[in-house]
Every structure is written in structure tokens, then in C-alpha cells.
Write a protein that binds this ligand. Structure first.
Ligand SMILES: CC(=O)SCCNC(=O)CCNC(=O)[C@H](O)C(C)(C)COP(=O)(O)OP(=O)(O)OC[C@H]1O[C@@H](n2cnc3c(N)ncnc32)[C@H](O)[C@@H]1OP(=O)(O)O
Ligand SMILES: O=C([O-])CC(=O)C(=O)O
Length: 373
């Protein structure tokens, strides 16, 4: 019955070591996460997202000259090409913004002059251009859905400040830029998660970088992965206020609902990034003077811990944080895309540099051979 004899089936590849990677280390024993050796909470506190992008791609933090060169290239690539903008504007306003991201990356690939050049230099240049232009895609999409004018990028602002400028059409306050920047750093990379693995599978066939990122976006969209940050906000809105959280949770668990923003395939004792993002949410709550959300956040977290012993993942604090910043809920996962493009493309380059076609086997359990009548 077997395609090839297997000793054990690991559903969902749980616990399977599929390859080496030098990009990040997730340690569920210590609830820690290192990007190229640096603790993620220290990077979130002391490094810019631009520096973290450089670190993920090159393996070390940049010197000031290296950062300047990257910054120049990033700012020069921020504007959305007219043909891609036109293609996005033709998409129905009712489609999910992740469909827009996916289509935009596919379109950008079709128009990229280096699309089929997979030399390390071309791969890096394509990664940088995609990373640089993604805020324009996300900002444009939120604005077109709101019936607002499109705001072009500014090259006198850093990545995060410009992202907020293009989305909201006004300069964000430093506290908000800082919070947003921390979220970008925390979302940037997480080893062999489902979307990154998707990108590596596609790359392993020697397909191109834009195809791999397009596939990764499809994988990230699902609510068991990146789509959970939107689902957390929807849950909060469904519950309403903290005093209703426990009854809501009991009913949800009784009807076997998954509680979005809780649980993780690798971390069973808590997600390494949650304490930092929870502190960011606390800063935003103070900044906007909206304390109710923290009552609900803490009550639901405590009740989930008592009933199931399951802890929150990064999407749990990120959802309400993006809501406070003013993003529409369906734009939250595209924000994750904008950040994770750095990690995906670092993995695409790593996979290509040491490639083997990814092709597991299965144990066949369909009908035995039979004759066509
Ligand atoms: C950035 C990220 O992508 S982080 C992940 C974001 N996703 C979510 O927040 C979605 C909600 N969470 C989940 O669905 C899961 O925890 C996953 C998919 C993230 C991890 O799943 P797995 O490692 O496969 O764990 P699995 O689904 O086997 O869960 C083990 C048990 O805990 C339960 N469980 C896990 N997470 C949850 C949850 N969020 N709500 C309710 N029960 C849960 C499962 O029902 C299962 O119970 P059972 O043994 O009685 O069947
Ligand atoms: O690692 C995972 O499975 C999911 C996750 O937290 C991420 O991609 O950031």
C-alpha cells in the first residue's frame, strides 16, 4: 500500500527536522527566539526594522555605510509601479486584502526585469524591492476601501513612519511609530513556520522568488497562521467587554471553537514574542487612553490558561495593537506580510544556496488496484 515504506507518519510534519537553517532559532524550552544569534526582544528595543532586514538577509547587523546604502535603495523603490497600481485598483473592493497582496506580488514578479535571474545579487535586489514596495500596496488597499485618495511615499521618513504616513495621510506620533516598528521586528522571522516552509518548497523546485513569496502569502492568509491577528480583533468585538469574556469562552470551548490568538505548534509554554508585544500594547493603551481593551485581553488570557493551559501567541497582542493604531481589521495580516517578506526572502536565498527538491512521501490508503470497467 505504501508509495515508499515509511516508519512513522507525523501528521502536519509535527516535530520533523526538515533541514538546517542559520536564520533564526526558536527555543520552546526557554521561550526564546534569536535572529542570527540576537534575542528578538533586544532587537525590538534597540534596532530599527531596516537593520533587522539587513541582519536577516546578510547574517550580521549593518555598519552605518551598509545601512545607508540599503536605506537609499529602499527609499528609491517605495513607489508602486503604475501598471501594478492599476491592476490592484481593478480588484473588487470585496476581496480580502491578502488577495490583493498575493496578486500584487505576482504582478510585481511579472514586471520585474530580474524575475528569472536567480543569482545571489539578483535575489537580494528583488527581496529588497519587494520589501520596499509592500507598504505602498497595503496602504493603497486600505485607503481605496475607505474611498480615500492614495498617498505617495515620502523619502524623508524611515520605513515605519512612511508606512503610517501612506496609510493615514498624516505623520504618526513617535510613540505610534515606535510601537509599529517593534511589531515589524517581532513578525519578521520565525524559522520553518507554514508560510516560510511554503516559500522553501516552491524555491526547492528552482522556481522564482516572486512565485515563492506569492505562495507564502497564500499560506499566511489562513486563520491557523497569520490570519489569526484579524480573528483576535473579531473575537474581541464579538465578546465586547471584559465582564463577558469568561462566559463567552466557556460557551466557545463547549462548542469546540478554536480560540484565535492562542496556542502554537512549537511553543507550548508561551510565545517568545508575546511579552514584548504585550508591553507595546500597554504603551499604546496609555498613549490612546483606552484601557478597556487590556481588561478584556487579560481576562480572556487568564481564563484560557485556567481552562485549557494554552497561552497566547504573537497574534493575540498584535491584533488589538493594530486596531488601536487605526488599521482596519482586514489589513492586519497584510501588515504581517510586509514584515515577514524579510524572513521569507532570507529563507528563499538560504534554500537556493543549499538546495534539495522538497518532496516527502505518503502512505497510500486508497483502494487496491482494480480494473477499469
Ligand atoms: C503567528 C502565528 O501563526 S501563531 C499561530 C496563530 N494561530 C492561531 O492563533 C489559531 C488558533 N490556534 C490553533 O489553532 C493551534 O493552537 C495551532 C494551529 C496554532 C497549533 O496547533 P497544533 O500544534 O496542531 O496543536 P493542536 O491543534 O494539536 O492542539 C492541541 C490541543 O489543544 C487544543 N487547542 C490548541 N489551540 C487551541 C485554541 N486556540 N483554542 C482551543 N483549543 C486549542 C486543540 O484543540 C487540541 O486539543 P485536543 O488534544 O483535545 O484535540
Ligand atoms: O512558527 C509558527 O508556526 C507560526 C509563527 O509563530 C510565525 O510564523 O510567526
Amino acid at each position: 500500500m505504501t508509495e515508499t515504506p515509511t516508519s512513522e507518519i507525523r501528521k502536519g510534519l509535527a516535530g520533523v527536522v526538515a533541514d538546517h537553517s542559520a536564520i533564526s532559532k526558536v527555543n520552546p524550552e526557554t521561550n526564546s527566539l534569536l535572529y542570527r544569534g540576537y534575542p528578538v526582544q533586544d532587537l525590538a528595543a534597540r534596532a530599527s526594522f531596516e537593520e533587522v532586514a539587513y541582519l536577516l538577509w546578510h547574517g550580521d547587523l549593518p555598519t552605518s555605510d551598509q545601512l545607508e546604502e540599503q536605506t537609499k535603495a529602499e527609499r528609491a523603490a517605495r513607489a508602486l509601479p503604475e501598471n501594478v497600481k492599476a491592476a490592484i485598483l481593478e480588484l473588487p473592493a470585496g476581496c480580502h486584502p491578502m488577495d490583493v497582496c498575493r496578486t500584487a506580488v505576482s504582478q510585481l514578479g511579472a514586471h520585474d526585469p530580474q524575475a528569472e535571474d536567480s543569482s545571489p545579487e539578483a535575489e537580494l535586489a528583488k527581496a529588497l524591492r519587494l520589501w520596499a514596495v509592500m507598504p505602498a500596496v497595503v496602504a493603497l488597499d486600505q485607503r481605496r476601501r475607505r474611498g480615500q485618495e492614495i498617498v505617495p511615499p515620502r523619502d524623508d521618513l524611515g520605513y515605519s513612519a512612511n508606512f503610517l504616513w501612506m496609510t493615514f495621510g498624516e505623520e504618526a506620533e513617535p510613540a505610534v511609530v515606535k510601537a509599529f516598528e517593534a511589531s515589524m521586528v517581532l513578525y519578521a522571522e520565525h524559522s520553518f513556520n507554514a508560510s516560510t516552509f511554503t516559500a522553501r518548497v516552491i524555491t526547492s523546485t528552482l522556481s522564482d522568488l516572486h512565485s515563492a513569496v506569492t505562495g507564502a502569502i497564500g499560506a499566511l492568509k489562513g486563520p491557523l497562521h497569520g490570519g489569526a491577528n484579524e480573528a483576535v480583533q473579531e473575537t474581541f468585538e464579538e465578546i465586547g467587554t471584559a465582564d463577558k469574556a469568561v462566559a463567552w469562552l466557556d460557551e466557545a470551548l463547549a462548542s469546540k471553537r478554536k480560540i484565535m490568538g492562542f496556542g502554537h505548534r512549537v511553543y507550548k509554554k508561551g510565545d517568545s514574542r508575546v511579552p514584548t508585544m504585550r508591553a507595546v500594547l500597554g504603551d499604546l493603551v496609555e498613549h490612546y487612553g483606552e484601557t478597556e481593551v487590556l481588561d478584556l485581553y487579560d481576562t480572556l488570557e487568564q481564563a484560557m490558561g485556567e481552562r485549557k493551559g494554552i497561552k497566547p501567541n504573537l497574534d493575540y497582542p498584535a491584533g488589538p495593537a493594530y486596531h488601536l493604531m487605526g488599521f482596519d481589521t482586514n489589513i492586519f495580516t497584510p501588515l504581517f506580510v510586509a514584515s515577514r517578506i524579510t524572513g521569507w526572502t532570507a529563507h528563499i536565498m538560504e534554500q537556493r544556496a543549499s538546495n534539495a527538491l522538497i518532496r516527502p512521501v505518503c502512505e497510500y490508503n486508497g483502494p487496491d488496484e482494480r480494473q477499469v470497467p
